[in-house]
Write a protein that binds this ligand. Structure first.
Ligand SMILES: [Zn+2]
Length: 428
C-alpha cells in the first residue's frame, strides 16, 4: 500500500483516510477532540462512545463501518497522482466493545490489520470471524498481516475467557465474607463482569464514567455507583495496587483480582502503584513461587491480597499460531514491540507463511545483529527462579501503511538509546 493513503490507529498528518480499530488509550494517542485531518472510519459502537472519550469531537468526520461487508473509498495515488479505489472490510476482533480488524484490498495487494484481537477457537464469534475472513479472501492471497503480537511468545498460553471467568468466580466464592475489587480499564472485560453479576445475582459497583459507558453499551440494571448495595467493585486499573489493598484491609477484609494475560509484573518502590504477581494452580491459596499448569497459565497470587487470573482480551501464542496457519500470509509484521515478544512474529511464524523468503531474510538480519542471543530475556525473578521476565511496559510500533517505517526490535532499541520517544501501552 502506498504511503500517504491510509493510517490505522495512527493520527499524524499525511494520510487521506484514517481507521480506528478500537478506543483503548494506546490506539488513540495523538487523536484529540479538535482533530480535523480527514474522515475517520470506525465501528458503530466506537462511534457511540466517541463523545465520552473525545467531548466536542466533530462527529460528522466519523464514518461507520458495518462488519462483514466490503466498502470502498476512492483515494489519490501519491505516486501516480491518479485515482485508485481501496476496498475494505471490518471483522469482529473479539477484543473490547467496538473493536474491529480491517481487511484492505487494492492495487497494493491484500492486507489485514488485526488491531488488538482475541482468537479463541472455542468461541462462536471467532468461528463467525473465520467464516467471514474465508468468504472475504476467497482466492485472494494475504500479502501482509499486521498482527497483534502482544503475547507472541511461546511462554504465553492461557485459557479461554470462559474458563478464566470460572476461575474468577471460584476465587470470589472462596471469599464469601470479603469485599472484592476487580481491576478493569474504562473499556473491556464487560462480559466477565456480566458473568459474575449473573451467577452471583448481584450488582457490581463501577465508577461514574464507567457507569456512563455501561449505559451506552446497553447495560442498565447491572451496574451501580452505590457502594452499599454490593461487595463487588470494578475499579480503574491505575488505582489497583498493593498499597490500596492493604489500606482497604484496615477497614474491611478485601481481596483484589487482576484479570490479565500478563503473568507477572515487577514491583517497584512502594507507593509507585505497581505490584508483582505470579501464577499457580491452587487459586484459593496465595503462594510465592511461579508455576504453570502444563504450560497453560492459571490463576495465582503473589501478594496475599491480590489474585491474578489469565483473563485476556488478546490472543495467546497458540491462538496466534492457529490464526497465522489459517491465513497463510506472505508476510507478517507485529503491531506491538514489547519485551514479551522481543522479536518479530516472523521469527515464530515465518515457516507458516506462504513464502519463507521473508522469514529467512529476518533470520539473516537478526543473526547479523547478534539477536539470536536476545530472543528470550532471562533474568532473576523476584521469587528466585530464572525465567522469562515480561515487563509491564510495552511499546507500540506505529504502523503506517505503505511506508517502511516498521521498526524492528533492534532498531527500536537503538532508537531508545538515542532518546526517541516511544509510546507505552498497557497489557489487557
Ligand atoms: Zn486494546
Amino acid at each position: 500500500m502506498e504511503s500517504g493513503m491510509i493510517s490505522v490507529d495512527r493520527w499524524s498528518r499525511g494520510s487521506q483516510v484514517y481507521f480506528l480499530t478500537h478506543l483503548h488509550a494506546d490506539h488513540v494517542r495523538g487523536l484529540t477532540p479538535n482533530w480535523t485531518r480527514g474522515p475517520l472510519y470506525c465501528s458503530r459502537i466506537t462511534a457511540k462512545l466517541f463523545p465520552i472519550k473525545f467531548p466536542g469531537f466533530d462527529l460528522s468526520l466519523l464514518r461507520i463501518v458495518e462488519i462483514g461487508h466490503w466498502h470502498s473509498v476512492s483515494l489519490l495515488s501519491p505516486s501516480s497522482g491518479s485515482s485508485t479505489t481501496v476496498y475494505f472490510m471490518a471483522i469482529d476482533a473479539h477484543h473490547c466493545p467496538g473493536a474491529m480488524m480491517y481487511l484492505f484490498r487494492g492495487e497494493f495487494g491484500c492486507t489485514l490489520y488485526t488491531g488488538d484481537f482475541r482468537w479463541e477457537s472455542t468461541s462462536e464469534r471467532a468461528q463467525n470471524g473465520r467464516t467471514m475472513l474465508l468468504n472475504a479472501l476467497k482466492d485472494l492471497q494475504l500479502d501482509m498481516l499486521y498482527l497483534d503480537n502482544t503475547y507472541c511468545n511461546p511462554t504465553y498460553s492461557f485459557p479461554s475467557r470462559e474458563v478464566a471467568a470460572r476461575q474468577v468466580l471460584s476465587i470470589i466464592s472462596s471469599h464469601p465474607n470479603h469485599d472484592i475489587v476487580i481491576a478493569v480499564d474504562t473499556l473491556g472485560k464487560e462480559n466477565l463482569l456480566l458473568h459474575i453479576s449473573r451467577v452471583l445475582k448481584t450488582k457490581i459497583w463501577v465508577w461514574p464514567e464507567r457507569l456512563q459507558i455501561m449505559h451506552l453499551l446497553g447495560f442498565h440494571d447491572i451496574f451501580t455507583t452505590k457502594t452499599s448495595v454490593t461487595r463487588i467493585r470494578a475499579v480503574p486499573r491505575y488505582s489497583f495496587n498493593i498499597e490500596t489493598l492493604e489500606g482497604l484491609n484496615t477497614i474491611r477484609p478485601t481481596i483484589g483480582i487482576m484479570p490479565s494475560g500478563l503473568p507477572w509484573a515487577q514491583k517497584s518502590a512502594r507507593g509507585k502503584g505497581n505490584f508483582s504477581f505470579t501464577w499457580h494452580t491452587d487459586i484459593t491459596t496465595p503462594i510465592s513461587t511461579s508455576k504453570t499448569n502444563g504450560g497453560s497459565l492459571t490463576a495465582g497470587s503473589y501478594d496475599k491480597y491480590i489474585y491474578t487470573v489469565p483473563y485476556s482480551d488478546h490472543s495467546c501464542f497458540p491462538e496466534l499460531q492457529k490464526f497465522v496457519e489459517f491465513l497463510k500470509p506472505i508476510n507478517i509484521k507485529g503491531i506491538v514491540s514489547s519485551s514479551t515478544s522481543y522479536v518479530e512474529p516472523l521469527y515464530h511464524f515465518g515457516h507458516l507463511c506462504r513464502t519463507q523468503q521473508a522469514s529467512e531474510f529476518l533470520f539473516q538480519k537478526l543473526r547479523s545483529k547478534g539477536c539470536e542471543k536476545v530472543e528470550v530475556i532471562h533474568a532473576k525473578s523476584p521469587f528466585g527462579d530464572t525465567g522469562t521476565v515480561p515487563l509491564w511496559r510495552k511499546r507500540r510500533i506505529r504502523q503506517f501503511f505503505g511506508t517502511s517505517n516498521h521498526v524492528s526490535r533492534v532498531r527500536l532499541l537503538r532508537r531508545e538509546r538515542q532518546g526517541v520517544k516511544i509510546v507505552d501501552r498497557d497489557p489487557d
